[in-house]
Structure formats: C-alpha cells, structure tokens
Design a protein around this ligand. Structure first.
Ligand code: MSP
Length: 511
C-alpha cells in the first residue's frame, strides 16, 4: 500500500478577493502534494473557504445579501483562483456544508465530555477583522485614543455570555507536546515565538458567541454559536470523514502538514493541538508558517487598491513563470516583496536563459546532428560522471528540501545542476565534435538529455505544464515521469519530436 500524505491550506475568509498572498499559500501546498504524488504517496490535498463568523456576516450585510447567498457567491472566486494557479487539490471544503456541521458538533461534544468546556461570561477585547480575542497588554493605543491589535485591526469591547475552553489547564501538556515533537512548528524562529507565548501562561478561551447568529449552533444551547476559529480549525478533520471511522479518508488523519501564514500561527499551534488532545484525537505532525508578501513595498490591501489578481499575472507572464517566481524569489518562511521587475528578471535569466537554452541547445543538436533520435550512452569521462551524478543526486536532495518546505533551496539545488549543464555544453562543444568525433558528440548529447530528464522530472511539481512539454520533447513516456522511473534509463534510439522553445524571453511591450 502507498504511504499517505495529507497537506492542507488554511481555509480562506470569503470577505476578501483572492490575491497573490492567498495564491502563495495554496501554491506551496500544491507543490508539496505534486511532489509527494511523484514520489509514490497517496496524497490528500485540502483547501477550502472559511464561511462563518462575524466578519463574513458583516461583509454580507454590507453587500446587501443574506450570509448564505453571499458565501455561495464569493467562495466561487477562491475555487477559480485554484483553477487559475493550476492547483491540484483533492477537495475544497466549505464550512457551511452539512458534513462540517456534523463534525464540529461532534468535536464540541468531545470537548464537553472531557470536562474542558464551561459556561461563563466574556468581557474583553475582540477584533472582528482577525476574529480574535486580545488581552489589554497586547494592544496599542493610537493618537486618537482608539486601540488596535498587534495586526493593526481595530478592537471592540465585548461583554456577553460565553462558553469557555479550559485552555489554562493545557499549558504544561502543550509544553510537553512541543518538547516531544521538535518539528511540530517551523521555522525555528516561529517555534520560539510560540514557546514563549505558552510559557507566559494561557487564559481560558471564549469559544462561543451570542451577539450574532452566522455560525454553527452550540449543541444543547442554540442561543450560542461556536467561535469561528473552533469551527474553522475543525475543517481539517471534517475532510477526512470524521466522525465516521469507516470513511474512505479516515486513514489520512492526522495531517502531515498544515501550511499557514505567520499571522495565524497561534491558532494552529496552541489552540488546535489543545482542542485535539482534549478530544482524544491525534495531533497534526507539523505546522509551517510562511511569511507575508508586500507589493512593490506596500502591504496588500483592497483599500490601497494594489491587489494583484493571480489571473492577471498568469495572463501576462504565464502560469509556470508565476509559480516559479513565487517559490524562487524568497526563502520560504521569510517575508517577500513582489515586483514585476523581479519576476521578469527571474523569467528571462533563470527560465529562458539557463533552463530554456540548455534544453533548446541540447535538443536542437540531437534533432540536427543525430537525426532526431536519442543517442546511446557511451564510455563516460570524468566530466560526464560528475554532471550525471549531480543530476542523479537531485531526487534524494529534494526529498529533504521538500520535507522541510525549503522550496527556494530546492530550486537552487536544481539550478546548480542546470548551470553546470550549461558549463558542460560550452566546454564539450558538441557542435564542433560533429566534425571531429561524432561518437563522442552522441555521448555528450546523451549526458545532456539524461540530465534534462532528471531536471524536468523533479521540476514538474513547480512547473507542471512546461516540464510536461520538456519531457515530451525528451521522449519520456507519460507513465515514466515519476521519481521511481528515473531508475530506468531512456531507450536509445527513441525518436524525439521536433524541439520547441519552452520558455520564451519576456519582452516588455513598448508603451
Ligand atoms: N480563515 C482564516 C484561516 C482559517 S484556517 C483554519 C484566515 N483566512 S485569510 O483568508 O485571512 O488568510 C488565509 C491565508 O492567506 C493565511 O495563511 C494568510 O497568512 C495568507 N495571506 C493573506 N495575505 C497574505 C500576504 N499578503 N502574503 C502572504 N500570505 C498572506 O486567516
């Protein structure tokens, strides 16, 4: 049986329009899902939309629509974003679906049975924009006297009856859990942040609201609806078919990875494992918090009007160039700045020049000088062995990079081989060998074809379309494109299709 791999994106609030920040989180998960499939795993890749809560209720009101009609309409934009970005998710959960109500209700009952829920009253600060409660000490006061959360979101004073989760009782167990699972929170700096937050002491968490109605009712007390984050986090479990132990996807829980932005780390690494442990459910293996994108130096926001729609970028530069850029430009985990200039430069230098030229030069020489037929492998020189060896080492190297979500490093590993390939072709000069040593020319071109095959195979998760084309041109059958297939050499004599450029240079239109 294939090993299982379960990766999740956060579920997106439907009040916003999808932008590259959202596309980024989903893309990172897509690359992991595709990589694991390529490596022989049975993958469940989940994304979805977070459709309850006060923020969505307010957005619906502002749009003059009922919450249900509003979420039905706006959630479409997120599913479309997936299609535009070439996302290969297996499911797109919506928290307004019946399956999710069943699962959230069952979770509540488990927490209650565990003695971790009690009725009380909440009096304190709440930020609707973050759907989060804040302590006085976390807030800053603005010049006009208003208070804001660390995220900059305005807060309001809330007084209402509320059920609480006994989070305070989980401090030691959480610290023991982090100690026993050193890889649970990544990157390291984020782990330290969470540890110091939990060491600072935890207060019980308000987990129900009564001042609005757009949410899942608390079982047995329908004046209350569940706090939207309790309902939201549970989506990851719902999608595995829980509480039906016989569900086809039951074996996927616990998730291997929750990918999140740094802003929602606390929910995923403090509240979530506490809820799960209380409910007697296994905890996810890892939460990775990535950084935030700014656009040409500015925060992305609807009000600033600088939202870059993924569809527009894909239209202008091509899907694979956008996918490549987002993961290549910034070390994963750090904040990054999006600029068109940087995108065009990556496209022209790394895709068109480095990879595109290597492929084009090698394949057109095979077409021209070898009758379009893949040459045989021959006696290898030291240089052949070194280059082929570097390429063959990529799958194992990238396995480690992917398991630590180091996408930028993974791409750099591949580009080292590509640059070495360009150095090799320059030095070997197979075009000159045509006249002096045709046999050696064939061997050189075969080394290049073998290297390109590995490169195109391991890059498929990042650039599925263009790498698929490159594998077509290398004559690699569609069933021989996974990592395991790399163990079998391509058959010499394979007739290759006429080569075509895969990455044209991007030329700025004269304005
Ligand atoms: N609904 C919650 C998540 C619930 S998960 C159980 C939520 N939604 S969100 O739509 O506001 O954000 C979803 C994700 O998008 C977060 O991981 C967030 O970090 C990411 N991003 C939103 N803007 C971003 C950037 N500008 N840059 C990078 N990622 C950003 O939070």
């Amino acid at each position: 049986m294939k090993p299982k791999y379960y990766v999740t994106t956060p579920i997106y609030y439907v009040n916003d329009v999808p932008h590259i920040g959202h596309a980024y989180t989903t893309l990172a998960c897509d690359v992991l899902a595709r990589w694991k499939r390529l490596d022989g795993y049975d993958v469940l890749f989940l994304t979805g939309t977070d459709e309850h809560g006060q923020k969505v209720e307010k957005a619906a009101e502002a749009a003059g629509m009922s919450p249900q009609a509003f979420v039905d309409k706006v959630s479409v934009a997120f599913r479309e974003m997936g299609a535009v970005m070439g996302i290969s998710n297996d499911d797109a959960i919506r928290t307004t679906e019946p399956r999710h109500k069943v699962s959230s209700t069952a979770l509540w009952q488990r927490l209650l049975a565990a003695g971790d829920i009690y009725l009380g009253g909440y009096e304190g600060w709440y930020a609707v924009r973050d759907e989060a409660f804040y302590d006085e000490g976390e807030l800053t006061t603005r010049a006009d006297g208003s208070k804001v959360a660390p995220s900059g979101a305005p807060v309001e004073w809330v007084v209402e009856p509320s059920y609480f989760f006994r989070l305070s009782a989980w401090q030691d167990r959480l610290l023991a859990f982090y100690a026993a699972h050193p890889d649970f929170i990544a990157p390291e700096s984020r782990r330290n942040e969470v540890l110091s937050f939990v060491k600072g002491g935890l207060r019980d968490l308000s987990i129900s609201r009564t001042s609005f109605t757009w949410g899942i009712p608390v079982p047995g007390d329908e004046r209350h609806i569940m706090y939207v984050w309790l309902d939201a986090l549970q989506n990851y479990v719902t999608a595995t078919g829980w509480p039906d132990a016989g569900a086809a996807r039951a074996g996927f829980w616990p998730a291997d990875l929750h990918m999140v932005g740094k802003d929602i780390l606390r929910f995923h690494t403090v509240y979530w494992p506490a809820f799960l442990m209380s409910a007697g459910l296994p905890t996810p293996k890892r939460v990775f918090a990535h950084g935030w994108w700014t656009i040409e130096g500015e925060k992305i926001s609807k009000s600033l009007g600088n939202v870059v729609a993924p569809a527009e970028l894909v239209e202008s530069y091509g899907l694979d160039a956008v996918r490549f850029f987002l993961l290549r430009e910034v070390p994963f985990g750090n904040d990054g700045n999006f600029s068109r200039k940087a995108l065009v430069s990556r496209l022209n230098v790394e895709l068109a020049n480095d990879l595109g030229n290597l492929a084009q030069r090698s394949l057109s020489l095979i077409a021209r000088n070898c009758g379009g037929v893949l040459p045989a492998r021959g006696a290898a020189t030291e240089e052949d062995v070194a280059l082929r060896g570097a390429a063959e080492a990529l799958p194992a190297l990238l396995r480690q990079r992917m398991d630590s979500q180091a996408f930028g490093d993974a791409l750099e590993d591949v580009w080292k081989v590509i640059r070495a390939g360009n150095g090799y072709i320059d030095r070997q000069a197979p075009w000159a060998l045509k006249k002096t040593d045709v046999v050696r020319m064939g061997h050189v071109l075969r080394v290049l074809a073998d290297v390109l095959r590995v490169v195109a195979t391991v890059l498929q998760p990042v650039m599925p379309g263009s790498m698929g084309k490159m594998l077509d041109q290398l004559g690699v059958p569609s069933e021989a494109r996974d990592l395991a297939a790399l163990g079998t050499a391509l058959a010499e004599g394979t007739v290759l299709p006429a080569p075509q450029g895969v990455f044209p240079r991007f030329v700025e239109e004269a304005s």
